[in-house]
Design a protein around this ligand. Structure first.
Ligand code: SF4
Length: 66
């Protein structure tokens, strides 16, 4: 599960520059997730975000949801 906190995002575009398959600008010029799939580039984009607006949770198929 990938999430962008729009209250934190400043629209710098770093995540989109790194991975425009999973991130894109919305109407407000902020980043939004366009594809829910955790890849290495998604993690790179997360690490590149200057305001830590991106959270990435890897899905663990062995773990049952409560
Ligand atoms: S890198 Fe962070 S602040 Fe910049 S557009 Fe992406 S989510 Fe927003």
């Amino acid at each position: 599960m990938i999430n962008v906190d729009e209250n934190k995002c400043i629209g710098c575009g770093a995540c989109i520059a790194i991975d425009n398959e999973h991130f894109d600008f919305n109407d407000q010029g902020l980043s939004t997730v366009v594809k829910q799939e955790v890849t290495d580039s998604v993690k790179e984009a997360k690490d590149a975000c200057p305001v830590n607006a991106i959270t990435v949770e890897e899905q663990n198929s062995n773990e049952e949801q409560a």
